[in-house]
Every structure is written in structure tokens, then in C-alpha cells.
Design a protein around this ligand. Structure first.
Ligand SMILES: *[C@@H]1O[C@H](CO)[C@@H](O)[C@H](O)[C@H]1NC(C)=O
Ligand SMILES: *[C@@H]1O[C@H](CO)[C@@H](O)[C@H](O)[C@H]1NC(C)=O
Length: 268
């Protein structure tokens, strides 16, 4: 003869033993390095949304899933038992602060089988609520996601927002502009002394053409000289710089060299 309560206890025990054999979890998982094993599966609850995994201690060291710019991300669910108790169907909650304190529901766009006939893995696709900005972890761009299967198992995962990860327009300090190497002097303006239109007949025209040619030659020479002077100034500047690099800032020599450099710069 069984009392009603004995039946109830037996039912609870049976249910417990079934659940104890049913496991499924999502990877990459919070606090799990290496292959995700059956023993890594948690039983997330309201009080412990990541089961027994310490969130603060693991959020920075755990592999993060990168979210796409449109707020979706993919993960993998693996079950270690068939049936609803080993369900690969999940619900997801996201905590943008990464602390495990403020979860809100996320939309599962692609889910796994509720009642799988065997063990295995399936891809999940989750969409974060519009406007979600991940602010958790040391990097300040991580979210925490808690997955719970239809069988009551699951675990947490870390998601990193794509935009914050790449820093959008990361203004990584522009490299110092290379010292301007004295403006190219070249004051020898390319003589545009109209090279006498040869159409104009006669000696005058010819003389004008010759004069123009001479002027052009002169201009070219002036340009060459200017370039040479320029090169010398650059050399001088470089020498001063080398000397300054060797002499400690503040030393007498350094001060003298600084004046020399200023002079050289003026020449440039
Ligand atoms: C979101 O972006 C990902 C990656 O670019 C893309 O594969 C996916 O189809 C997009 N989903 C939606 C709902 O727009
Ligand atoms: C990055 O900066 C460029 C130029 O200022 C701008 O056109 C572009 O929209 C910016 N992109 C983002 C993602 O902010």
C-alpha cells in the first residue's frame, strides 16, 4: 500500500533523476576554457543566472562572442542527452552591464530542437534588444547572456559589441608629423619669357627667340642652384639634429645646437 505522499516523493525522485542525466549548454561559455563538457552545464536560476560560475571572475578571461553591427550574434548549443530534458531549445536574457544584475529578454531568431532525438550541436542566433550597448568587463564593451533550455539547463556566455570592439573611428593618436624639410626654395621661376614665336620673320624675331632661350637657361641654372642650396641646408639641419640627439637637453652644447638649428631653419 502506497500513501499519496509516497507516490509524490517517488515522482519527485524520478523527475530529479531524469533531470540529473539531462544536460545541454551553450558555447563559448562563461568560465569554461577548452572543450565544453557535460560537467560544465549549469542550472541557471533567477538568483543565479549563470549557475555556479562567478561572473566577475570570469567575464574578462572567457572567450567572447562578437555581435554583428545589427545586434545579432551566434552561439552553439550542445546537448549531452536526448529528449526534452536534453533540449536544445533556449530562451536568452542579456545583461548589458555584464554584472549579472540587470537581465532583459533577448530574441532567439534561430533556435535548437526542443525534443532532440539524439545528442549533438545546433547553431543559435540571438538578437539583442534594439539600442543595447554592452558596457561590462574590463574593456567596457561586454554583455552577459544567460541561456536556459526547455529542460532547465544552460549557462552564460559573454558577448562583445562589434562597434565598441573596433572603436568605430578609433582615433589612435595621429603619428607626429615628420619635421618639414625646408620649403623647396626654387625661386628660379621657370622663365615663361615667351619663347619668341618663330613666325615673326626677320632678325628681330630670331634675336628675341635667342634671348628667350638664354633666359630659360638662366632660370634653369638658378633653379639648380636653389636646389643645391636647399640640399646643403637640409644637410646642415640633419647634422645639427644628430648632434642634438647626442647632447643632453639643457646642456650648453644643446643650447648652442638649438640656436644653430634655428639658424638653419631660418635659412630653409
Ligand atoms: C545581421 O548581420 C549579420 C552579419 O552581417 C547577418 O548575417 C544577419 O543576416 C543580419 N541579421 C539581420 C536580422 O539583419
Ligand atoms: C568615421 O569617420 C568618417 C570620416 O570622419 C565618417 O565619414 C564615418 O561616417 C565615420 N564612421 C563611423 C562608424 O563613425
Amino acid at each position: 500500500m502506497f500513501s499519496k505522499s509516497a507516490v509524490a516523493v517517488a515522482a519527485v525522485l524520478l523527475g530529479f533523476s531524469l533531470q540529473a542525466h539531462a544536460h545541454a549548454g551553450v558555447t563559448p561559455a562563461l568560465g569554461v576554457t577548452g572543450t565544453f563538457a557535460r560537467s560544465n552545464v549549469q542550472r541557471p536560476s533567477q538568483a543565479k543566472p549563470c549557475g555556479n560560475i562567478n561572473i566577475a571572475q570570469n567575464i574578462d578571461s572567457s572567450t567572447a562572442i562578437t555581435a554583428a553591427a545589427n545586434g545579432t550574434f551566434a552561439a552553439t548549443i550542445t546537448n549531452f542527452n536526448a529528449g526534452v530534458d536534453g533540449s536544445r531549445q533556449v530562451t536568452a536574457q542579456i545583461d548589458p552591464t555584464g554584472t549579472g544584475q540587470s537581465f532583459t529578454a533577448a530574441t532567439v531568431l534561430q533556435n535548437g530542437d526542443k525534443n532532440p532525438t539524439s545528442t549533438g550541436s545546433q547553431q543559435l542566433v540571438v538578437e539583442m534588444p534594439a539600442g543595447t550597448t554592452c558596457t561590462g568587463g574590463a574593456t567596457g564593451d561586454k554583455c552577459l547572456v544567460s541561456f536556459v533550455t526547455a529542460g532547465g539547463f544552460g549557462n552564460c556566455a559573454v558577448v562583445q559589441s562589434a562597434t565598441a570592439a573596433t572603436g568605430g573611428n578609433a582615433t589612435a593618436g595621429t603619428a607626429g608629423t615628420a619635421g618639414t624639410a625646408g620649403t623647396a626654395a626654387g625661386t628660379g621661376t621657370t622663365s615663361t619669357a615667351a619663347a619668341g614665336t618663330k613666325k615673326g620673320k626677320g632678325k628681330k624675331a630670331k634675336a628675341a627667340a635667342a634671348a628667350a632661350k638664354a633666359k630659360q637657361a638662366q632660370a634653369a641654372q638658378a633653379q639648380a642652384q636653389a636646389a643645391q642650396a636647399q640640399a646643403q641646408v637640409a644637410k646642415l639641419q640633419n647634422k645639427v639634429k644628430q648632434a642634438r640627439d647626442i647632447n643632453a637637453v639643457g646642456s650648453r652644447a644643446a643650447r648652442a645646437l638649438r640656436r644653430a638649428q634655428e639658424a638653419a631653419d631660418d635659412m630653409a
